[in-house]
Every structure is written in C-alpha cells, then in structure tokens.
Design a protein around this ligand. Structure first.
Ligand code: BDR
Ligand code: CA
Length: 313
C-alpha cells in the first residue's frame, strides 16, 4: 500500500512536535506534503518557527513549512504558555532553524494541494485550532469534497474540558472555525481528551524515550518532562497526556483506537459553554452522524509504536 498523503496543521507545542516526529519517522505509511502552522498554543511567529525546529530535529529540513492564520476567525487569540512555556517548545535546548519558511500562505497551500492532488487522496491532520482549515473551506468550498479524511485532535465528551470546564483548548480557541469544519460534510475522525487523557507519559515511558539515546529521543523526553509538571499537578495523574500524536498514530495503526460514529456539534454562542463539543455519544438525538469520535486507546501499543518509530530518526 502506498503512503497516505497528509497535511499537518499545527501549533507546536511539545505534543504537536512529537506528532510531527512520528509522522516524519513513518514514510512507509505517511507522506507529509506540508506542515501548515496556525496560531494556538503560542502566537504564529513561534508556531511556524517551532515546526521548522522539529523538522530539523527529525533530520528532514526538506519538509515544507507554511505560516497560516495568526488570529482566530472572529475572536482574539487565546494562547497556552502556562502549559507549553514561553516558546511553546520549552524543555530541550534546540537550535534556531536554518531551513526557510515557504513564501506561500498556509491557506493557499491547503487549497492548491487539494485541487492539484487526485480527489480523495489527501488527509488533513489538524493538531491545533481549526482556523487554517475552516478559512480554506470558506474561501474554496470546492476542496471539501476532495478531502480524503480529517483526523484531528480536539474536543472532549466524558472528560469535558481543559481550558474551561466544558471546552477543550483547540476547539475553544476558534469555535467558529470548528463549527465550519464539523458541518463541512468531510469525513472526520476525532481524538478528544477522552482518548488523550489515557495516553499518559508515565515515568517508564519517558525513560524509554530517553533510553533511545538519540537527539530525538532525548528531546522528546525533555519535552514531555516539561509539560508533565503542569499536567500532573492539574490532574493528579501518573503522567501528562500526549494529545496530538494520537492523530499520527491513528494513520499508522488505526486499530489502536475505538470509537463511535456519531453527531458532534460545536457550541459557538453560550458564554458558559463556548467551544464545547456536544457529542451525541448515546445517540439520543436524530441528528445525523458527522464524525467518528474516539473513546479509547490501547495506550501500551501506542507508546510501543511511538518509541519504536522515534528510534528510526
Ligand atoms: C490540545 O491543546 C494543545 O495545548 C495541545 O497541543 C493539544 O493540541 C490539547 O487540548
Ligand atoms: Ca496542538
């Protein structure tokens, strides 16, 4: 089987970085057509720079990185330095990138790529707020039917919220964009907090990254150590959730995950529950299913896969 062509849309972020590394380490299954940066965990100048830092860490400076939207569609940007640090990639000391940022705007790249590649052959992998994707869908509605699948990290149901009591960060930052994407009709697979809060970097898993004794292994151990401080304190759990790599792991080994094909709507008006993913998990409405909402993960299998792939870089 040929590798699946993807665009990674991202706001690195330590967990975004690990998701990118996993994709770049897996050329047999994944062909990264480009990485599009969006404002999210930190402002755009940092997310696009961090994406390039990660490509160079992976030894893949030929990867195309594009800068996209610097603010959500209709709201001021909310960032998460309290989780990811001032740079967004706090933890390891990594050199500034030498590779150039592409001149083209990320939204233009997404539109152009979906029009140029055969219909149904490009998968979008959003790991941050959905601003770039929704902007592309709004400007070029013809591309929606050409998307093979959208596999995204965002939302929550049983785990409710991490940035407000009811909203997950990526959806909360740009709920209007999320609403456009979830209503688009493109096939969607969602990795919500319900899954990622089971993908915990426990000490033995962190030790396994470090034991690779490579630049990548050590950097990933340091990155996960960094945001662990925040998450362990917050959740009192055995380790920090590694959210975004669930997306790229799904492309390699979908059987690690189980979920339900259900209706998911985004709250865009309530001040109290803004950005909530209203997931009809129990199928109590007659609203049409629009997403496969994952609920469980084989966490040991996930970390075995991740560590084995990171060793290849
Ligand atoms: C999501 O928010 C960001 O902080 C992480 O990178 C992840 O994409 C988790 O809510
Ligand atoms: Ca992210």
């Amino acid at each position: 089987m040929s590798a699946r062509k993807i665009i990674i849309d991202t706001d690195p972020g330590q967990d975004d970085a690990v998701a990118i590394l996993l994709a770049l380490a897996s050329p047999e299954e994944i062909e990264v057509l480009g990485i599009t940066a969006v404002a999210g965990n930190v402002p755009l100048p940092l997310t696009e720079k961090n994406a390039r830092i990660v490509c160079e860490l992976a030894g893949k400076p030929e990867t195309k990185v594009f800068a996209g939207c610097d603010v959500p569609m209709r709201r001021p940007l909310v960032t998460a330095e309290h989780v990811h640090g001032k740079t967004g990639l706090d933890g390891p000391e990594l050199p500034d990138p030498v590779m150039a940022l592409q001149d083209q705007h990320a939204v233009d790249f997404i539109i152009e790529t979906l029009r140029a590649e055969p219909s149904g052959t490009v998968t979008l992998c959003p790991l941050g707020p959905l601003t770039n994707i929704a902007t592309a869908f709004t400007r070029a509605p013809d591309i929606v039917a050409r998307v093979q699948e959208i596999v995204l990290m965002g939302g929550a149901y049983f785990e409710v919220g991490n940035i407000t009591p009811t909203a997950e960060f990526n959806i909360y930052v740009d709920p209007e964009a999320a609403d456009i994407v979830f209503k688009s009709g493109a096939p969607i697979v969602v990795m919500p907090l319900d899954v990622t809060h089971k993908a915990l970097v426990t000490q033995p898993r962190n030790d396994a990254f470090r034991a690779l004794d490579t630049a990548v292994g050590i950097a990933v151990a340091q990155m996960t150590d960094f945001f662990e401080r925040f998450d362990k304190e917050k959740y009192g759990s055995a380790g920090a959730p590694l959210h975004d790599p669930c997306v790229t792991a799904y492309l390699i080994w979908p059987d690690l995950f189980t979920g339900r094909h259900i209706n998911v709507e985004i709250e865009t008006t309530s001040e109290l529950t803004l950005g909530m993913t209203v997931a009809d998990w129990w199928r109590v409405t007659d609203r049409a299913p629009n997403a496969t909402f994952m609920g469980d993960i084989d966490a040991d299998g996930f970390f075995t896969l991740l560590t084995e792939r990171l060793a290849r870089l």
